[in-house]
Design a binder for this molecule. Structure first.
Ligand SMILES: [Zn+2]
Length: 413
């Protein structure tokens, strides 16, 4: 198929080009390519956005407990509700999250949660792309650790069955997993050639806890665990020395600005990370702490919070690159770019939208003013999953009805 007559985001610029797709890949970008075509006149085509940190089934807890300090929020509301979750809940919660993501232009997400076989089912059915981790909570208990590894390997096998489900190991955090367990995960990741997704340095309290126990900052404590295969969510509280460790070890970061603001966790030093050539990608985190999966909101808020001291920080083009190309690199997948050899994961935006006009600078408009209702069509792996704002692969109404029922039942169980 040839996508003709559209404007495309290509190598950091908006240009008029045709895109030739064969199967699930982009095979050629050029002018006036002939063949069976899809007319994208009046549309702007971007690579699908990549959300590098989610807990998808937390959609079921959206709005359940807000405006609370992190500890109270977790201990009194989130953990008790999560302890009652069942596989079917996670399946429907994941579908609701996927509907929201597709409608707001995300074509790939990186998820850490439980019952990940159910999230895998939701990914396969919906047509989206997902990287899935079983969130391991070991709590220095070797028996629990063994069970978490067994479940991780089970999910790894399930993910191998479909081209759109990738697997990462997901030790939850250094305060819920011992160093011994983390090193075991590192060995397994090397053995199976997989990557690792972990939360580190989200809050000041977490940093203080590690300092108290080990007399070191978290990245110093984790130095022998960290390498280029590790993606860290948050990385809010970092010293200069820790930034140096991240750079030396080639560690990747998922920046979660909205979740960090909402839980008063702080603001990650993204301009410093970028200055040090550390790969920064963008994530929403779960919908109990964001509370949205619309990554365009995070994109704008990221741009704004890092301008507190300098308006030149994180210009619009840099921000868009973080949410697309850098996301692909963070997940080690050929996504996030309109380029030959990359997966055909694309979003089609209606340029006639008021929020995108006038067109002095379309990249600025995308980051600072675009209404995501302007995203009309979404393609993943060479196939449309949404056309004219209707999700083709799923029954949106039924999912909304079902999750409403499950969410009410869950908090009263
Ligand atoms: Zn998280």
């Amino acid at each position: 198929m040839i996508i003709k007559n559209g404007l495309i985001y290509y190598r950091g610029e908006i240009v008029k080009r045709d895109i030739e797709i064969e199967g699930n890949k982009i095979v050629r970008i050029g002018k006036n390519i002939e063949g069976e075509s899809y007319n994208a006149e009046g549309k702007l085509i971007l690579p699908g956005l990549v959300n590098t940190h989610t807990h998808l089934a937390m959609t079921l807890l959206r709005g359940y407990a807000d405006d609370l300090p992190l500890n109270e929020w977790l201990e009194n509301y989130i953990w008790p509700a999560e302890s009652k979750l069942k596989g079917e809940d996670v399946y429907y919660g994941s579908l609701l999250g996927i509907v929201e993501m597709i409608k707001s232009g995300t074509t790939c997400f990186n998820d850490m949660y439980f019952f990940m076989d159910k999230t895998a089912d939701a990914v396969v059915e919906s047509g989206i792309r997902g990287v899935l981790s079983h969130g391991c909570i070991e709590l220095s208990d070797p028996k629990k650790g063994e069970r978490e590894i067994k479940e991780s390997l089970r999910i790894m096998k399930i993910c191998e069955k479909n081209d759109r489900t990738e697997f990462m190991f997901g030790p939850h955090a250094p305060y819920t997993c011992s160093k011994e367990f983390l090193m075991k995960i590192k060995d397994l990741a090397d053995k199976y050639k997989k990557y690792i997704h972990i939360h580190v340095s989200e809050t000041e309290n977490e940093v203080k806890g590690i300092e108290k126990q080990y007399k070191m900052k978290p990245m110093e404590y984790l130095e022998d665990f960290l390498n280029e295969n590790v993606l860290i969510a948050h990385a809010v509280h970092l010293t200069e020395k820790e930034i140096k460790i991240l750079k030396e070890k080639n560690v990747k970061v998922s920046h979660n600005p909205v979740s960090n603001l909402k839980l008063s966790s702080g603001i990650a030093p993204v301009p410093e990370l970028l200055k040090n050539d550390i790969l920064v990608s963008l994530g929403t985190d779960g919908t109990a702490s964001n509370n949205s999966l619309n990554i365009f909101e995070d994109l704008k808020i990221m741009a704004l919070i890092h301008k507190l001291k300098d308006p030149k920080n994180l210009n619009a083009n840099e921000c868009l690159k973080i949410a697309t190309e850098n996301g692909g690199k963070a997940l080690n997948l050929k996504i996030g770019k309109i380029e030959e050899g990359y997966f055909a994961d694309l979003i089609f935006i209606d340029l006639r939208s008021a929020s995108l006009n006038p067109e002095h600078n379309l990249i600025s408009n995308i980051v600072y003013s675009m209404d995501t209702e302007s995203i009309k069509d979404v393609m993943v792996d060479g196939k449309f999953v949404m056309q004219n704002r209707k999700i083709i692969t799923l029954d949106e109404e039924k999912i909304i009805e079902k999750t409403e029922e499950i969410a009410k039942d869950l908090v009263n169980r």
